[in-house]
Every structure is written in structure tokens, then in C-alpha cells.
Design a protein. Structure first.
Ligand SMILES: Cc1cc2nc3c(=O)[nH]c(=O)nc-3n(C[C@H](O)[C@H](O)[C@H](O)COP(=O)(O)OP(=O)(O)OC[C@H]3O[C@@H](n4cnc5c(N)ncnc54)[C@H](O)[C@@H]3O)c2cc1C
Length: 462
């Protein structure tokens, strides 16, 4: 491997890494070098970005969704810093202009949140569409890509970053000297042991939402912590989605869970399945399933699901449901205790309301009476066979905990001072707490990746 000193060395080629690399190369204008490392071979590189539909929490290309700032902060109970979100929005127009200048296109698309009808903005081609715009731009600008190259450790001297230790395609170790380093290597969702330590729970039953999850093992975060970086975001939780564990597809979502009941392996209900719209409740529902024995539940419904006209939009699993004509046959097919399941469904049916009208589009107040746990909306009795059942497990998309950065995307220490030459963007930076505000992860990776690349290029020549 070459030992020339690189001006901007970027770790990771997802949205944050490619945004940083292109922005750095543009800033350097041919008068400096930019190198991108990715542990994956070229065909598999691009991280979670490659697999996402990449919804943006925007109403239009330059227009954030309503209450963008307050929602993102509110979802975290005030723990996400306002300056981060304000600066994100401030840079939104120029960043959207920039990415469109590289050929990306956007359109408004309905989401799989069937009872939250607001469409979201999506890049044509999803996350891969963005990468396909940025990769050739990077190549045209002279950025060097090193695939199958994994970063392990930062090299520092006099408090500043001076390079990165890597393992190359041949398994050999090398040090790549660099004036600045941008960490864009995702969260630590792919390191089950480390993840379990941070979550304080067994992470072994979490399903990766896509194959890319396994590539993000947190080395970027840990190497910066070892160099004195402060932590940000909530380290003991993660972005969760409810999926069908039988499916081999990425993001095999089961987002129709409020239109029936969820039972655990013992055949019992354990949660109010319909305490709000799907977008408000899917993450906490997935986490609640994870905490049950075996980390799996069954979503049980009947032919009343047909009354939800758009239910197929919320079912991304391609595997058909288990079907049965009676509750007893259903219990046998699902390997659930028959008497318990029959009792659960009988008690649920007896508690469904006799007045009120069903409206799948919005919380309709059709709530159970005197049942624990209650079902607060869409409580139709399960009396129309054949019964249908989907297994539902909790998948991990990305972790919330990561590095603390400043408005210039520099990695900061506990005292707020920046570590010389070190930048970070995307999932590897800690931001979220509690509940994920959907449609913000790719967006922030792009905005702050570009900020990081531009600033790193400037400071490499300062
Ligand atoms: C199925 C799915 C659906 C999603 N839906 C949405 C959505 O609709 N909207 C949204 O905003 N977000 C969504 N997300 C989340 C979003 O895609 C990611 O959080 C975001 O793309 C992360 O970008 P990133 O650049 O930080 O990391 P990534 O895109 O994950 O890139 C990290 C890169 O770093 C490389 N890498 C890791 N460690 C090392 C190392 N030590 N050395 C070298 N290389 C390394 C990896 O190989 C990878 O290429 C979704 C994610 C998935 C998987």
C-alpha cells in the first residue's frame, strides 16, 4: 500500500462517506488527495445506504416536513441538541441543490405506514440512487477507493490525528498516513457482543434488517473513543423495526400489527397493539416483542384485515401468512398452547366495543372495554375465518449511540474541544434518543458528510 500522506482519508462509502469524499475533492479542486476505505468488496460496499428506500422527512426537495425541528427534538424528550437539527435544516437547500447537481432525483412516495397518510420524499432508486450519483462523481474528481480495507485504529501524534491503521485485501496490516480523517463507518449494530454490552441485554435474537448491518461493527466509533472522543446519543438502544423472521429479504416488514392482536409464545397478549398510528408505535412494538421469551410474537388477524383497503402497503414480507379455519387449528399450526390462545381470543372478542365505527385510516377510538392490556383503536373481534398469522421479530437497523461532533462535524472531546484532524458523520455520530424520528438518518449523513468533507479539505491545507 502507498504511504503518501493523504489529505482527506474517509472511512466508509455509505451516504456520509461518499458525501464527504465528493465534497472534499471539490474543495481541494485537484490540489490534494482523497481516499475512501471500505471493508466490503466494491460490489457490496455502500453500507446500510445501499439497502434503504431512503425516505427523507421532507415535504418537498427544499421543504422540511411540518414541525421538523420540534419533532426530532421531541422524539428524544429534548435530549437531541437543537443546534444540530437547526444547522441540518439551514444546510438543507444547498445540500439538496448539490446532490441534484450530481444527478440525484427525488419524488414524493407513500410509505409503508399505512395509517399515517403523509407521503415522504424519496430519492429515485433509494439510497443506492444517491450512491450511484456520488460514486462516479468521486471517481471523476480523482478520489481513490480502497475496497476490502478495514480501518482498526487511529494513529495520533501531538494530540492530532496523523493516520489510520488498516488491514488490506491480502490480510496485511498497514498504516495510511493522513492529514485529516473522516469517520463514516456506521454504527455498531454488526458487532453482536459489543452491542449486547451496550444494550445490557442479549442482542443475539435481534435480526439484521439487511445484510449491510453485519458490516457496521463500530471500529470507527471505538477508535475515536480511544483517541479521546466524547460520546453522544443513547448508547443502550437502537432503531428497531418489526419484521417477518421467515423472510430472507431485507426489510420484510409487518406494519399492519394494529389490525389484529399480537400474542407471545405463551399465547398471551402483552401490549396495546393500537395505541397510536403505525409510525408512532412500530419501534416500541418491535422492542416489546424483542423483550418477550424467544424474541418473537405472532400477529393474528382474520378476514377483517380486508377492510383495511391498503393493508398490502404495510406488508413487505413476501412470505404468505399461516392460515387456519379455527382457533384450535391455528394454535396447532403456530405451536401455541390451544387453551391459552382460545382464552386470549375469547376474552379479546368479548371486550371489543359494540358501538363506534371502524376507520383504518386514523385512530378510530374503537377500543376494548375492561381488557388488560387494552387495545385502544381498531378493536374488531376476530370472528371471520380463515384466521391469518404472521410471526413478528425485532430487527435492528442501526444504533443510536456514537461520537460527539460539533457544527463543523469535527469530533469533540468531553470538554467540547475538537480533536485535531478528526471528523465524523452519519450513523457513527450519536444523535438519537428514545424513538427514531423516521426519514432523518440518510439526510443527516448527507448533510453532515458534506460538511465534514469540506471542512477536512480546508483544514488539511491550512
Ligand atoms: C433496510 C433499511 C431501511 C432504512 N430506511 C431508512 C429510511 O427510509 N430513511 C432513512 O433516513 N434511513 C433509513 N435507514 C437507515 C439509513 O439507511 C442509514 O442509517 C444510513 O444510510 C447510514 O449511512 P452511513 O453513511 O452513516 O453508514 P452506511 O451507509 O452503513 O455506510 C457505512 C460504510 O462503512 C463501511 N465500514 C464499516 N466499518 C468499517 C471499517 N472498520 N473500515 C472500513 N469500512 C468500514 C461499511 O462497509 C459501509 O460501507 C434504513 C436502513 C436500512 C438498512
Amino acid at each position: 500500500m502507498s504511504t503518501d500522506v493523504t489529505d482527506v482519508l474517509v472511512i466508509g462509502s455509505g451516504i456520509a462517506g461518499l458525501s464527504a469524499a465528493v465534497a472534499a475533492a471539490e474543495e481541494l479542486g485537484g490540489a490534494g488527495s482523497v481516499v475512501v476505505l471500505d471493508r466490503a468488496p466494491r460490489a457490496e460496499a455502500g453500507g446500510n445506504t445501499r439497502w434503504t428506500a431512503a425516505y427523507f422527512r421532507l415535504d418537498d426537495v427544499y421543504e422540511p416536513g411540518p414541525n421538523f425541528v420540534d419533532d426530532v427534538i421531541g422524539f428524544s424528550d429534548g435530549r437531541t441538541p437543537r443546534w444540530y437539527v437547526d444547522a441540518l435544516l439551514e444546510r438543507l437547500p444547498e445540500t439538496m441543490e448539490w446532490i441534484q447537481g450530481h444527478g440525484a432525483r427525488f419524488r414524493r412516495m407513500p410509505t409503508y405506514f399505512i395509517n399515517s397518510t403523509r407521503p415522504r420524499l424519496q430519492p429515485v432508486g433509494g439510497g443506492e440512487g444517491l450512491l450511484s450519483a456520488l460514486r462516479p462523481a468521486a471517481e471523476r474528481l480523482g478520489v481513490t477507493f480502497r475496497y476490502e480495507t478495514t480501518a482498526h485504529r487511529l494513529v495520533t501524534g501531538d494530540g492530532a490525528v496523523t493516520g489510520v491503521e488498516v488491514t488490506g485485501p491480502d490480510g496485511g496490516r498497514a498504516t495510511l498516513p493522513a492529514r485529516t480523517v473522516v469517520i463514516a463507518s456506521g454504527g455498531f449494530e454488526g458487532d453482536t457482543a459489543y452491542l449486547g454490552e451496550q444494550l445490557g441485554a442479549d442482542a443475539g435474537t435481534l435480526l439484521p434488517i439487511a445484510p449491510s448491518v453485519r458490516l457496521n461493527r463500530g471500529e470507527g466509533i471505538r477508535m475515536a473513543l480511544a483517541a479521546g472522543a466524547a460520546r453522544a446519543g443513547q448508547w443502550d438502544t437502537f432503531h428497531a423495526e418489526p419484521v417477518d423472521p421467515r423472510s430472507k429479504d431485507a426489510e420484510a416488514l409487518v406494519m399492519v400489527f394494529p389490525y389484529g392482536i399480537l400474542v407471545d409464545r405463551g399465547g398471551e397478549r402483552f401490549i396495546d397493539e393500537a395505541r397510536g398510528t403505525v409510525d408512532e408505535t412500530y419501534e416500541s412494538t418491535a422492542r416489546a416483542i424483542w423483550s418477550r421469551d424467544g424474541g418473537t410474537a405472532w400477529f393474528i388477524t382474520d378476514q377483517s384485515l380486508r377492510r383495511v383497503d391498503d393493508h398490502e402497503r404495510g406488508l413487505l414480507t413476501g412470505v404468505p401468512p399461516v392460515r387456519a379455519d379455527t382457533v384450535s387449528e391455528l394454535a396447532t399450526a403456530l405451536d401455541l398452547p390451544p387453551e391459552v390462545l382460545a382464552d386470549t381470543i375469547d376474552r379479546f372478542n368479548a371486550a371489543t366495543p359494540t358501538v363506534g365505527s371502524f376507520d383504518w385510516r386514523r385512530p378510530d377510538g374503537l377500543a376494548t372495554v375492561g381488557l388488560e392490556p387494552a387495545k385502544s383503536n381498531w378493536a374488531l373481534p376476530l370472528v371471520s375465518p380463515p384466521f391469518l398469522a404472521y410471526p413478528v421479530a425485532c430487527s435492528i437497523v442501526f444504533t443510536f449511540g456514537g461520537l460527539a461532533t460539533d457544527v463543523r462535524a469535527r469530533v469533540v472531546r468531553e470538554d467540547g474541544g475538537a480533536i485535531d484532524g478528526l471528523y465524523a458523520a452519519g450513523e457513527c455520530t450519536g444523535l438519537y434518543h428514545g424513538k427514531y424520528p423516521g426519514g432523518t438518518s440518510v439526510l443527516r449523513g448527507m448533510v453532515y458528510g458534506r460538511v465534514a468533507g469540506t471542512d477536512a479539505a480546508r483544514s488539511s491545507h491550512a
